[in-house]
Design a protein around this ligand. Structure first.
Ligand SMILES: CC(C)(COP(=O)(O)OP(=O)(O)OC[C@H]1O[C@@H](n2cnc3c(N)ncnc32)[C@H](O)[C@@H]1OP(=O)(O)O)[C@@H](O)C(=O)NCCC(=O)NCCS
Length: 391
């Protein structure tokens, strides 16, 4: 047999393989641009800095799903439908009472969101209009699930949301039963805008992989929630707060960070697969962390974060590494100043990112092809089977 046999077309192209699929382009999308060099993030062409300043989470959801900003009249109708479906189906409310006390909020969210699929009147309808309705219902209900299950965890009765109010208002209201401070509500809404989408991050990729099998929207979002839960992804904001609480005092922050880095500990809230400069979401959140700290008379967490950032910056410069704060770093002190329990930080990420997940699911279905990559086989070959008694 000649040694110059034609290459096997079914063999994976291992030359382009990179661990963690780093820099591998796995599809096209017109939803979100992450510019890791310039430190820019665009949703449907709009800079998130502009959206954070001028838009609302509801309008951002519209933008992600429909690909453009709404006209006034259509937005009013959209808001009516969007905010009107915030109440949970009775059965999902009942399911929330059955979880064991040790179930984490992300585990509860994963199962409760999955249950919503059973009670959605559009569950069997595969049209694009029905998919948009499901995306809208899912988005409004995630916050209701998180707030209700937190109340139950604290031994309190859930509070019914007020249809017609914003998602941010209702989430903060349903947690405590009191009207949120308008500045707190606005900054929370901005946090939801900033977390709404981020191209093919791990959870969005998981959602698209599931959607590409022509599975349903609830299954796709459930896959995404399971993926977001990990500490290398959405779980990092909780780890940031745990770190700040452990440090306890801005005066101790520098030594704490230096010691952690000496012991090769990764500092949560820093580093990113794509950004080689500051994550633009961190830039926006830093400003609001300071504003909120001043407003609530609790600047300690912001000040401590600044010291951690400075210590990380000095270390990264010495080591020649491009590591900067990411979205999770300042969102931690922002949520903490809002009196939100740390265990809800990652679920809040899901409450926002669900708009991106569902936009990507819609985009996947608009031009679907099964996502099925290859693996480079590194195991043995040609082993001979021996019967169990002879091994
Ligand atoms: C986000 C993250 C998972 C990206 O991972 P990645 O692209 O695979 O990059 P790596 O983990 O390989 O990091 C590259 C180098 O930077 C270092 N590094 C990256 N993030 C770091 C951090 N937060 N603290 C200290 N060192 C860090 C790594 O140790 C590695 O150094 P080495 O080349 O000497 O081994 C990683 O930066 C991380 O774990 N950050 C902390 C968790 C976090 O904040 N996640 C939220 C992301 S939005």
């Amino acid at each position: 047999m000649s040694s110059s046999a034609a290459p096997d077309p079914t063999r994976p192209d291992t030359a382009r393989f990179k661990a963690g699929l780093e820099d591998v382009v796995a599809g096209t999308s017109s939803i979100c641009l992450v510019d890791g060099v310039e430190g820019k993030l665009l949703y449907r062409g709009y800079d998130i800095v502009d959206l954070a300043e001028k838009s609302s989470f509801a309008e951002t959801a519209f933008l992600l799903w429909y690909g453009r900003l709404p006209q006034k009249a259509e937005f009013e109708q959209f808001l009516k439908d969007f905010r009107g479906s915030i109440e949970l189906p009775e059965q999902t409310s009942m399911i929330l009472r059955l979880f064991p006390r040790h179930a984490t909020p992300m585990e509860v969210l994963r199962t409760a969101v999955s249950s919503l699929g059973h009670y959605d009147p559009d569950s069997g309808n595969t049209s694009q209009e029905a998919a948009l309705r499901k995306a809208s219902r899912l988005t409004t209900r995630v916050g209701s699930i998180i707030a209700a299950s937190e109340r139950l965890r604290q031994g309190l009765e859930p509070i019914k949301p007020i249809p017609g109010r914003s998602i941010a208002y209702n989430f903060l209201y349903a947690l405590t039963g009191t009207d949120p401070d308008p500045l707190v509500e606005r900054i929370f809404d901005i946090c939801l805008i900033l977390h709404a989408d981020h191209e093919l991050n791990a959870s969005t990729f998981a959602a698209r992989v599931t959607a590409a099998t022509m599975s349903d929207m609830y299954s796709s979002v459930t896959s995404a929630i399971g993926t977001l839960k990990g500490p290398l992804h959405g779980g990092a904001n909780e780890q940031v707060m745990k770190m700040l609480l452990e440090i306890g005092d801005p005066a101790k922050a520098q030594a704490w960070v230096e010691n952690a880095l000496k012991n090769k500990v990764k500092i949560p809230g820093f580093g990113h697969r794509v950004y080689r400069t500051e994550d633009p979401r961190a830039t926006v959140l830093r400003k609001y962390a300071e504003q909120l700290g001043k407003h609530t008379g609790n600047l300690k967490w912001y000040e401590m974060s600044r010291v951690v950032e400075q210590a990380m910056g000095d270390w990264a410069q010495r080591e020649g590494k491009k590591i900067y704060p990411n979205v999770d770093f300042y969102s931690a002190s922002v949520y903490h100043c809002m009196n939100i329990p740390t265990s809800l930080f990652t679920p809040i990420f899901a409450m926002s990112r669900i708009t991106g997940w569902t936009a990507h699911i819609l985009e996947q279905w608009a031009n679907n092809r099964l996502i099925r990559p290859r693996a480079e086989y590194t195991g043995p070959k040609g082993l001979k089977y021996t019967a169990i008694n002879e091994r």
